[in-house]
Design a protein around this ligand. Sequence first.
Ligand SMILES: *[C@@H]1O[C@H](CO)[C@@H](O)[C@H](O)[C@H]1NC(C)=O
Ligand SMILES: *[C@@H]1O[C@H](CO)[C@@H](O)[C@H](O)[C@H]1NC(C)=O
Ligand SMILES: *[C@@H]1O[C@H](CO)[C@@H](O)[C@H](O)[C@H]1NC(C)=O
Length: 269
Amino acid sequence: MRRFHLAAVLLGVVVLLPIAAAAAAAAAAKAPAAPPGPPNVTTAMAKGGCKAFADLIAASPDAASTYQSAAGGGMTVFCPSDDAVRAFMPKYKNLTAEGKAELLLFHAVPVYYSRGSLKSNNGVMNTLATDGSAKNYNFTVQNEGDVVTIKTAASDDVARVKSTVLDTDPVAIFTVDAVIEPVELFKPAPSPTPAPAPAPAADSPKAGKAAHHPAPAVADAPGPAASDSPPADQKKESKKSAAAGAPCVRWFAAALTAAVAVAVASTLA
Ligand SMILES: *[C@@H]1O[C@H](CO)[C@@H](O)[C@H](O)[C@H]1NC(C)=O
Ligand SMILES: *[C@@H]1O[C@H](CO)[C@@H](O)[C@H](O)[C@H]1NC(C)=O
Ligand SMILES: *[C@@H]1O[C@H](CO)[C@@H](O)[C@H](O)[C@H]1NC(C)=O
């Protein structure tokens, strides 16, 4: 019986494994030929009323390569109309090359939403410009009646989704009537400044003028001191228990001796 099992296992390893490997290899060899390839997104945008925006993408190597590689994995683009881009150009020209690329990538999300599913997928969406929590680059999609709008905290204005340029899984491209401004590049002016102020104010009563330096020093000081003291205490503690242990052993030995003596005495008596 056991020998039969062994034979079955060996058969599996020797015969079936190579067959499985061959099948996997065949599938891998087949794979590159199968997909028809994503559409050229800048060409599609240019044809659909976003020529100016497509030109900006083409002029930014980072944005162009990210757009094209994202297209294969599913993507929805909100491309501003030519009028919207024209109105925005003074602000755009003010951005650094990195800021320009991020603004362009901010206009696409790495998920395919058909026109219909876009209406039911309200809420905050990450974009191609999102990079962890350091660069949120998100916007909020909302419905206003029948119109889908896109909003950020950088502006009270919303961008409205207008026409459909392309809507074929895995890529959708919709035009919007305004450039969407990310808070990472266009902060609504005064709000960020008051936030850091309370921190030094809270420290200053304790540490005085140089609030920042003494604070870490004070915070660090108890650290090493605290980590030093427990070992010292533990040493004392263990010494104490060793000292306490010695009399204990002596007491036990004495008691044992006494018990033996009593037993011997009673036997003799
Ligand atoms: C898309 O088309 C444009 C214009 O024809 C071309 O310059 C660009 O290289 C194409 N992009 C890709 C990824 O094929
Ligand atoms: C461009 O930047 C300059 C300097 O920061 C600023 O004064 C100007 O208002 C900016 N222009 C636009 C259109 O944002
Ligand atoms: C969206 O971005 C803002 C600021 O850029 C951030 O505070 C917020 O947590 C982000 N929301 C989500 C759901 O990621």
